[in-house]
Design a protein around this ligand. Structure first.
Ligand SMILES: [Zn+2]
Length: 142
């Protein structure tokens, strides 16, 4: 991971911030990953909005979305911080209606994901290979 630039963050402010989150991800792509094709941008948008929706529905704020990448630019990691440490997201199991709650299964089809707990809450992260050029960073993305 490079520390050369500050990692961009997006503050989630309720369900109304989803459209702004999608626009922000497009901006991040244009500014930092201009070679990223539209289909990979779409994947990142799906991953980020799913993790963000989980944080808004199940976790306390402040909630922050961060996008980082490995130094090779092959692996992009979406991280969503929240202030709820005790409730881990469960893949494929949900208290939500049947048409919701499968999001993490969908995310798992596109990315590796996991949860890191820390004293202020947790970070749910998902790491996606966006170039198809293996660099060895994916399994170390957390
Ligand atoms: Zn890498």
């Amino acid at each position: 991971m490079t520390e050369a630039e500050r990692d961009p963050i997006f503050i989630l402010d309720g369900p109304g911030s989803m459209a702004a989150l999608r626009r922000w991800l497009t901006l991040i792509r244009d500014q930092r990953y201009p070679e990223l094709p539209d289909d990979k941008l779409d994947e990142l948008r799906l991953i980020a909005t799913e993790l963000a929706a989980n944080a808004i529905e199940h976790a306390a704020g402040p909630r922050v979305v961060r996008v980082v990448s490995c130094s090779h630019g092959n692996v992009i990691v979406v991280q969503v911080d929240d202030a709820s440490g005790g409730l881990a997201p469960c893949r494929g199991r949900s208290r939500l209606p049947a048409d919701r709650g499968r999001g993490l299964t969908m995310v798992a089809g596109m990315a590796e994901w996991g949860v890191c707990y820390h004293p202020d809450g947790k970070t749910v992260w998902a790491a996606a290979d966006v170039t198809g050029r293996p660099c060895g960073c994916l399994s170390a993305a957390s």
